[in-house]
Design a protein around this ligand. Structure first.
Ligand code: ZN
Length: 92
């Protein structure tokens, strides 16, 4: 699978490190234990469009947000994490 690093161009996914789900929203520091448990330990495994954090560890080392389809492996967007939209639903 090729991932389009916004700084280096298309590169093999072997150059990248998966850093987790980019769609979960961090609870407030005063949130209930159950909310923190859900944030830290529980993850969905959806089919279709997802948002993930990746780092280009074999290249520019940038933290990136990737929007891709888990069924077709098509990558729709990969942007620097600092310019990504806040966690939420994937744009259609
Ligand atoms: Zn890069």
């Amino acid at each position: 699978m090729l991932l389009p690093c916004p700084y280096c161009g298309p590169r093999s996914s072997e150059e990248f490190t998966y850093l987790g789900d980019a769609s979960v929203k961090r609870p407030s520091p005063k949130a209930a234990f159950e909310k923190w448990h859900e944030f830290v330990h529980e993850r969905r495994n959806p089919m279709g469009l997802i948002r993930e954090f990746w780092q280009h560890t074999g290249g520019c080392r940038a933290w990136l947000v990737c929007e891709r389809n888990t069924v077709t492996h098509e990558v729709f967007n990969m942007v620097p994490a600092r310019s990504a939209t806040p966690p939420g639903k994937v744009k259609a």
